[in-house]
Design a protein around this ligand. Structure first.
Ligand code: MN
Length: 257
């Protein structure tokens, strides 16, 4: 078994080292990761500038691109002829829960892997600050989970988003659905030394809506690991069906038979 490991915190982060080390006991691990932190890079890909690849160690590479660039370069270039059986992204320093999934570089790397036909899992540890408490438990879970997944069939177009609470036993998990963030849309305004205003976006509160069965409830209310299966295809079939009855003046809906 061959596993491609990547992340958005950078190739030198403690999380990717812990993940690679844990998975190396069950698979041949290749690391291809950004050379610096790319958190909140989302699914961006570098189409308008050249990319550089550096060999860091045996089967360890960094690139100056985004997490998605790393996966693309790994699968279509560095591991050409050695196609990975699985992709594991992380272990991210911080949660990727609820609405924040859409900003996440960690999850985007798994999205990219899924697009390329590789069963992919994103791992995040729900820390704030610089502590690494819980990394060992997260790595332990990642190893058990990836070993188990190798015996299962993950449907094409589906990826798994894993979030580990601080204090996890490294084993207890719940299969969840994506929750909803509750924190404010805060903008902090400051003035720079030259008298010009600048802004910080993105709140830092951990509040979430109380939705039973959600990822955030599992992690913050129940203290268990959350595993959320996500669709790559974002079509809403329910809304598609509802729209079959919509009539807009000046438009002509063409329905399939
Ligand atoms: Mn990150």
């Amino acid at each position: 078994m061959r596993i491609l490991v990547t992340n958005d915190d950078g190739v030198r982060s403690p999380g990717i080292r812990a993940l690679a080390e844990a998975l190396s006991t069950i698979a041949e691990v290749w690391i291809v990761a950004p050379d610096r932190e790319r958190s909140a890079a989302s699914h961006s890909i570098s189409l308008h500038r050249p990319l550089r690849i550096s060999k860091v160690d045996e089967r360890v590479f960094s690139t100056d691109g985004t997490p998605s660039d790393c996966v693309y370069l790994a699968v279509n270039h560095l591991l050409q002829g050695n196609r990975p059986d699985f992709l594991a992204s992380g272990i991210n320093h911080g949660p990727n829960l609820a609405d924040d999934i859409t900003y996440s570089g960690t999850v985007a790397a798994a999205l990219e892997g899924t697009m390329l036909g590789i069963p992919s899992v994103a791992f995040s540890l729900c820390l704030r600050g610089r502590s690494t408490e819980g990394m060992a438990a997260s790595a332990q879970f990642a190893r058990s989970f990836m070993a188990g997944l190798a015996q299962r069939h993950l449907a094409p177009g589906i990826l798994l988003n894993v979030n580990v609470p601080v204090g996890s036993d490294g084993a207890s998990y719940r299969v969840t659905r994506q929750g909803k963030r509750a924190y404010g849309n805060e903008v902090i305004e400051r003035t720079d030394p030259r008298g010009r205003r600048y802004y910080w976006v993105g709140g830092d509160e951990l509040a979430h809506e109380n939705i039973p069965g959600s990822d955030a409830n599992a992690v913050y209310d129940e203290g268990v690991i959350s595993v959320t299966p996500l669709h790559l295809n974002m079509t809403s079939d329910a809304t598609r069906e509802e729209m079959a009855s919509w009539q807009f003046p000046g438009t002509a809906r063409r329905d399939h038979e």
